[in-house]
Design a protein around this ligand. Structure first.
Ligand SMILES: [Zn+2]
Length: 378
C-alpha cells in the first residue's frame, strides 16, 4: 500500500537555491522537449518516447551547462510528466501546454536503493527522530510534521519537492506493508433472516423490521395526484410530497440497516448467515405483501463490507441447507417443518420444544462453525 507523507521543508539558503534551480531545470526540460515534439511531429509525423529523450539530456548540458547543477533524476521525471500529458491528450484531454513558473513549482526524485559490501544505501532517507530528510544533491534538510511519529516503517519510493508562496514542502511516497491483526474469534453468531423479524439470532434475539409504515399516506397522496389537474400547481406540489415521502422511507430503512449491522459487528467476530437468493424469496414467500419493505439484500451487502473493514468474518452457508427442518439438539430432520405456518414444534426424536426461527439460527450457527473449522484445516 502506497502512502504519501507531507512535511514542511526548511532548507538553508544554499539548499533553497539548489531546489529553485532544479525546479527551473525540470521546467526547462519539459518545455524544451514539448517544443521538440511539436516540431518533430510536423516534420516526420513521429515523436520520441521519454526514454529516447532522456538519452539526449547529456548532450544538452554542453549548450546549457547549468543543467548539470541539479538532481538528474528530476529531469528524467519531468520527461515522464510530459509523456503522461501526451497520454492524457490521446485519451481526449487538451493538448500539452508550455509551463510558466506558476504552473511548474515542483520536482520529483526517486529513491535509489543500492547495496555495497552487504550494506544497503538509499538516496532518500527519513529521520523522524531528528526531523531530517536526506535528498539527492541537497544532503540533510530540516523538516517538520507528524509530531507523534518517530518512525515510519516501509520502503521510500520517491519524494516530490514543492515550492508554494515561498514555502517549501516535501511529499514522501512510502510503500507500507499492510499488517492485518491476528484474528481471534471470541464471539460467533448465527443469523436467520426473515420478513417480519429481519434478523433472528442464535442468541435468541429478534430484530424487527421496524420501519414506520407510510403505505397509507403514500396511497392517499397517489390518489390525490391522480385527481389533480395536469399542469396545475397542486399537482406539482403533490409530486414533490410523494418524492419526499419516498426519500423518508429510504432514509428510515438505511438507518435501520446501519443500526442492526453496527450492533452485530460490534458484538461479534464471526457472523454466519444463509446465502439467500433474495429475489426468489420475494417471489415465493406467502406473505409477499410486506416483502417490498424488506431490505435483506441491502443488509447482507452492508454486513459484507463492514466485516471487511473491521477485520470480522462473514460466513454464508449454502442456501439449500435445511436450517429450519433440522433439530438443533439431536440432528433429526423433521419434514413437517417445511410448512411455514408451523411456528413452534417439538422434536419427535429428542422432544426438545423449538421456536422455528431460533432453531434455524442455531443450525446456521453450527453449520457456519463447521465450515470455518474446515477452512482452518485447509
Ligand atoms: Zn431433536
Amino acid at each position: 500500500m502506497l502512502k504519501a507523507y507531507v512535511f514542511r521543508l526548511y532548507p538553508d539558503n544554499n539548499q533553497k537555491q539548489r531546489i529553485n534551480q532544479t525546479i527551473e531545470n525540470s521546467r526547462f526540460i519539459y518545455n524544451y522537449f514539448l517544443n521538440n515534439k511539436i516540431k518533430e511531429y510536423k516534420e516526420t509525423k513521429k515523436s520520441k518516447t521519454a526514454y529516447d529523450q532522456i538519452k539526449l539530456i547529456p548532450s544538452l548540458t554542453i549548450e546549457y551547462p547549468w543543467l548539470k547543477e541539479c538532481d538528474s533524476c528530476a529531469l528524467r521525471n519531468s520527461l515522464f510528466n510530459l509523456e503522461d500529458a501526451y497520454k492524457r491528450f490521446y485519451n481526449g484531454n487538451g493538448y500539452p501546454k508550455f509551463k510558466n513558473k506558476d504552473k511548474y513549482n515542483s520536482y520529483k526524485t526517486n529513491n535509489n536503493i543500492s547495496t555495497y559490501k552487504g550494506k544497503e544505501y538509499n538516496s532518500i532517507k527519513l529521520d523522524l527522530e531528528n526531523k531530517l530528510i536526506t535528498l539527492p544533491k541537497l544532503k540533510e534538510v530540516k523538516i517538520r510534521g507528524y509530531r507523534n511519529k518517530n518512525k515510519i516503517i516501509g520502503i521510500i519510493k520517491s519524494a516530490t519537492i514543492k515550492k508554494e508562496a515561498n514555502k517549501y514542502y516535501v511529499s514522501v511516497l512510502i510503500e507500507e506493508e499492510l499488517i492485518k491483526p491476528i484474528f481471534i474469534p471470541n464471539n460467533i453468531i448465527g443469523l436467520d433472516l426473515g420478513i417480519k423479524d429481519l434478523v433472528i439470532t442464535s442468541n435468541h434475539e429478534k430484530i424487527e423490521n421496524k420501519v414506520k409504515n407510510y403505505n397509507k399516506r403514500l396511497k392517499g397522496l397517489q390518489k390525490a395526484l391522480a385527481r389533480a389537474k395536469v399542469g396545475s400547481k397542486n399537482r406539482y406540489k403533490l409530486k414533490l410530497k410523494i418524492q419526499r415521502l419516498y426519500q423518508k422511507i429510504r432514509n428510515a430503512r438505511k438507518h435501520l440497516i446501519h443500526n442492526i449491522t453496527n450492533k452485530l459487528i460490534k458484538e461479534n467476530d464471526i457472523i454466519i448467515t444463509e446465502n439467500l437468493d433474495v429475489k426468489n424469496m420475494y417471489q415465493n414467500h406467502h406473505i409477499a405483501k410486506s416483502l417490498t419493505n424488506t431490505p435483506l439484500g441491502e443488509l447482507i451487502r452492508i454486513l459484507k463490507y463492514k466485516c471487511n473493514w473491521q477485520n470480522k468474518k462473514l460466513i454464508q452457508i449454502n442456501r439449500y441447507y435445511p436450517s429450519s427442518q433440522i433439530c438443533s439438539r439431536c440432528g433429526y430432520k423433521n419434514e413437517k417443518v417445511k410448512d411455514l405456518s408451523l411456528r413452534k414444534w417439538e422434536c419427535p426424536e429428542c422432544h426438545t420444544a423449538h421456536d422455528r426461527d431460533y432453531n434455524a439460527s442455531e443450525n446456521i450457527l453450527f453449520e457456519g462453525i463447521k465450515l470455518y473449522m474446515e477452512e482452518l484445516q485447509a
